[in-house]
Design a binder for this molecule. Sequence first.
Ligand code: NAP
Ligand code: MG
Length: 489
Amino acid sequence: METTTNKSDLKTDWIYSPAPESTDHIRINQRYDLFINGEFLLPEKEKYFETINPANEKKLADVAEADQADVNTAVTAARKAYENVWSKMDPAERGKYIYRIARLIQERAREFAVIETMDGGKPIRESRDIDIPLVSAHFFYYAGWADKLEYAFPGKQARSIGVAGQIIPWNFPLLMAAWKLAPALATGNTVVLKPAETTPLTAMKLAEIIQEADLPPGVVNIINGDGKTGRALVEHPGIDKIAFTGSTEVGKLIMKTVAGTGKRYTLELGGKAANIIFEDAAIDQAVEGIIDGIFFNQGHVCCAGSRLFVQESVAETVISKLKNRMETLIVGDPLDKNTDIGAINSKMQLDKIKMYVDIGLNEGGTVYQSSCKLPEKGYWHAPTLFTDVSQSHRIVQEEIFGPVLAVQTFRTVDEVITKANNTPYGLSGGVWTDKGAKIFKVSKAIRAGVLWANTFNKFDPSSPFGGYKESGMGREGGLEGLQPYVNLV
Ligand code: NAP
Ligand code: MG
C-alpha cells in the first residue's frame, strides 16, 4: 500500500497555549481505607498500595488492599443489608436513593473529572464531557426503573438476586462502576465492588457520596486490591452474581470458577472492532470517526475501532487524510483542555503496546507514527498506524488496548463482512457509507453487540451494550441491563 505522505508536509506551524484545568478544588486524601458497611475500615492486614498519576508518575494516595478476610467482611455486610433493608424497601424509596447519588455526582462533576484524569491519564475533555456526565446519566436512568420493574417485564415479577460481586477495569473507572452499581441497586440487590488497582480513586470518592446520600450501610461496599482480591470475591460462597468487565483471559477464569456453583454471571470482555469505510462515505467525517474510534482514551477502549477496513478506491485518500489528522493530535498533559491524547494508564500497559508495535514490525507491517514530542516523565505512546498487514497478523487478531490502528483494504461488501467477522471477538463495529441499504446489510451480517453507522463510540444509558463470541455474555445498559440482576417469576 502507498504510504507516500511526507511528515514535513503535515506539520502545523502553530501551537495552542497551555490551558490546564485547575486542581485547587480537588481533595484527595493521603490514604483510602476499605468502604464496608457505610464506613471506612482499616484492612485486616493493614496493607496499602500506591496509586499514581501515570502522566507524571507521582503518587496520589495510598489505598487499602483487601484480602480474603476483608472480602468476607464486605460480603457479610452486603448480605445483612440485602436481607434486612434493601430487598425489603419500597422500590420507589430505593429509586430516591439512586436519584440522590446521581444528583450528588452532578454537583461534584468537576472534581470527579479532574480526579479521574489524574488517576487514570485520560484527557480532561473526555472525563469532563463523556465519563462523568454518563455516570450521572446512568444513575438517573436506572433510578427511574426502580419502581417500574413491572413494566420492564410485563406479566412477570422481577425479584432481586441477592449480593452482587462486581469487578471493573481501569479504562473508564467511574463509568464502569456506574454501569454495574445502578442496575444492581435499582433491582434491589446489594453490592461489593472492586475497582482496578491502577484507578481506585473515583470509586473512593463515590464511597463518600454514598455516605452523603445516606444509603443504608452495607448496600454498597467498595474494596480495592489486585487480581487476588478479585478472585477472592469471585470465589466467595456468599456471592450470588458476578458482574465482570475486563480481559477475555480473566473472564474465562471466572467462568471456570463459577461453573456449577449456581452463581449468575455477566462478562464484558475484550474487542477488536472493525471500522469499515466505503467509497461512498463522507470521507472527512469518516476520518474523524476513525480518529475517535482508535485514539479516543488512548485506545484504552474495549470497543475501539482498532481494525480499519477502507474500500480500495478511496484507500489512498483516506490514509493520507488520516496521517494528516494524526499529526494535528495533541498528545500531552491530560489536565490540559486542548489535549486529545493523554497518558497510557500504566507502565505495564505501555510495555504491552510497545510489544505489539514490535510484533507488527517483525511481521512485516509498515508503521506510521505521528511526530509529536512525548513528555519525558510518565507513560506515553504516539498515535500509530500500520499498513501492509493481513488477516493473520497478530496486530490484526489480538486486542492491543492502545492507540495502534491496523489498516486493511477491501473491494466488495461480502469481502469486508468476511474479513470483519474473522476475529474471536464480537463487541462492536462501525460502518461509513452514504447508502442506508449497505448499513443494514453490513450491520446485520457483522456479529457484534454494537454497530455504529456514520459515527463511532456513542453511548447512552438506555442503549444495551455487550458482546458476542469471546467479547462476553450478557448486556449492560437499557432495559436489557436489568435482566442480569433479577429472577423472573
Ligand atoms: P483485567 O486484567 O481482566 O482486569 C479487570 C479487573 O479484574 C480488574 O479489577 C482486575 O484487578 C481484576 N482481576 C484480575 N485478575 C482477576 C482474577 N483472576 N479474578 C478476578 N478479578 C481479577 O483487565 P484490564 O487489563 O484491567 O482491562 C482491560 C480489558 O478490559 C480489555 O481486555 C478490555 O477490552 C476489557 N474491557 C471490556 C469492556 C466491555 O464492556 N466489554 C469495557 C472495558 C474494558 P487489577 O486491576 O488489580 O488487575
Ligand atoms: Mg492511578
